[in-house]
Design a protein around this ligand. Structure first.
Ligand code: THG
Length: 344
C-alpha cells in the first residue's frame, strides 16, 4: 500500500508499497525521495547573516559560503522549536532547510522586533534526496566527479539539462548521499525522471525517509521526539550549541542556565521485548520504572537489522542504560531494555 503523511503543511510520500524492500534498497543500494516538504526559509539582505546567528544557538561565524550546518533553533526559554540545516549561499543569503514547524513566522517576528534589514521568504526550492551506498555513483554520473569531493553539508549551485539545482551532500539517513535542491518547481518531474534514468544501472527505486533507518541511526525527528519543554541538551544536540555566541542570540541566556544546572531528562534507546513487528507508535507512550512514570517513548519502529521493535525514550536523568523499563502500549505493558543511542 502506498502511503503519505503531512509535513510543513504539504504531502510527504512515505511508501511506494513495500516498506521493508524500500528499507533494504536504502541500506544496500540507492533510493530517491521527494522531500519537497523540507521547505527553505530564505533570509536575504544586509542583515541576513546577523539574523541567521540570532536565530540559532550554534556559532555560524565559522560557516563558509557553500557550507551547511545542522543547527538547533530554540525559543527564548531555550526549548527546541526546529532543527534545520542552514545553507550559506552568500554573505547576505541564507536558507534554513526546516523540519516540521513554522520557522517562517518565527524568523519574520524576530527580524521585525530587532529592526533588521532582511527579507524573509519561502522560495521555490524543493529537495530531492538520493540516499544509500550507491547514491554517490548515481549523482556523479549525472553531475560529474566533482560531487565526490563535496564534504558533508557542503553544496554547489549548478544545473542539469536546463534545470537549476543546488547539490548538497546531506540527507536524513546515515547511509550517505545527496540532496538535489530543485530551484524551479515546474521542472520537478523532469528532474525526477533524469535521476530515475541515471540510477537504473544501480537499481534505484522510489522511497522516503525511513523511520526504521533513522531510529537505528539515532537521528532526531524534532517536534515528533520533542515536546514544548525539550532543550537541545536533552536530545543529544548539545554538541551543536555554542554557549559563547553573542548575547543577542534567542534563548542563549536560558541555554547557559540549563547547561549549568544539567538537563533533567535525556534521550535514550529502547529495545522492546518480543520478536514480531508491532504497529508504529502514533503518539507518546508512558514509560514506567517500578510503577512510576519516568518518561515517554516518543517513537517506536520495527528494526529489520535488530529484529526487534526499537524506540526512543525521553526519560528522567535517573533512568540509565542497561536498566529495564515498562512501556504502556495500546495493547498492553511491554518490557524494554534501555540502551545508548545510536543503535548503529
Ligand atoms: N535535509 C534537508 N532539510 C531537512 C532535513 C534533511 N530539514 C528537516 C530535517 N531533515 C532536519 N533534521 C535533520 C536531523 C539530522 C540531520 C539532518 C537533518 C543529520 N544529522 C547528522 C547526525 O546527527 O549524525 C549529522 C550532523 C552533523 O554532524 O553535523 O544529518 O535531511 N535539506
Amino acid at each position: 500500500m502506498t502511503s503519505a503523511s503531512v509535513y510543513n503543511r504539504m504531502m510527504l510520500p512515505m511508501s511506494f508499497g513495500d516498506p521493508e524492500a524500500e528499507y533494504w534498497r536504502l541500506m544496500t543500494g540507492v533510493s530517491m525521495w521527494d522531500v519537497g516538504v523540507e521547505r527553505q526559509v530564505q533570509l536575504a539582505g544586509p542583515d541576513a547573516g546577523r539574523l541567521a546567528q540570532i536565530l540559532c544557538a550554534r556559532d555560524l561565524s565559522v560557516c563558509k559560503v557553500g557550507q551547511g550546518k545542522y543547527v538547533p533553533i530554540c525559543n527564548h526559554d531555550g526549548f527546541l522549536i526546529n532543527d534545520p540545516i542552514v545553507l550559506k549561499l552568500s554573505d547576505c543569503l541564507f536558507w534554513f532547510s526546516i523540519a516540521d514547524s513554522d520557522m517562517w513566522l518565527w524568523a519574520r517576528a524576530i527580524a521585525a522586533e530587532r529592526g533588521l534589514d532582511v527579507e524573509i521568504s519561502e522560495p521555490d526550492v524543493s529537495p530531492l534526496a538520493v540516499q544509500g551506498p550507491k547514491a554517490e555513483a548515481v549523482v556523479a554520473s549525472l553531475f560529474g566527479d566533482w560531487v565526490r569531493e563535496l564534504k558533508y553539508f557542503w553544496f554547489k549551485e549548478t544545473e542539469i539539462a536546463g534545470i537549476p539545482v543546488t547539490v548538497q551532500r546531506s540527507g536524513w539517513s546515515k547511509q550517505g548521499g545527496f540532496e538535489l535542491y530543485l530551484r524551479d518547481g515546474r521542472k520537478g518531474a523532469a528532474l525526477w525522471n533524469l535521476v530515475k534514468e541515471a540510477g537504473q544501472p544501480w537499481g534505484i527505486g522510489p522511497g522516503a525517509p525511513s523511520s526504521a533507518e533513522r531510529v537505528e541511526s539515532g537521528l532526531l525527528n524534532s517536534v515528533g521526539d520533542t515536546d514544548e519543554t525539550t532543550s537541545p541538551f536533552e536530545v543529544r544536540l548539545g554538541k551543536f550549541v555554542d554557549l559563547d555566541v553573542p548575547d543577542e542570540v534567542v534563548g542563549i541566556q536560558a541555554l547557559r542556565r540549563i547547561a549549568a544546572a544539567g538537563p533533567k531528562r535525556h534521550q535514550l534507546g529502547l529495545v522492546l521485548e518480543g520478536d514480531t513487528p508491532q504497529p508504529i507508535g502514533l503518539s507518546w507512550e508512558e514509560i514506567r520504572q517500578n510503577g512510576i512514570k519516568v518518561g515517554s517513548m516518543t517513537t517506536c519502529v520495527w528494526s529489520p537489522r535488530l529484529q526487534s521493535n526499537i524506540g526512543y525514550g525521553l526519560v528522567a536523568a535517573s533512568c540509565k542504560p542497561d536498566q529495564t523499563v515498562e512501556i504502556v502500549r495500546p495493547n498492553g505493558v511491554v518490557c524494554a531494555k534501555v540502551v545508548e543511542l545510536p543503535f548503529f
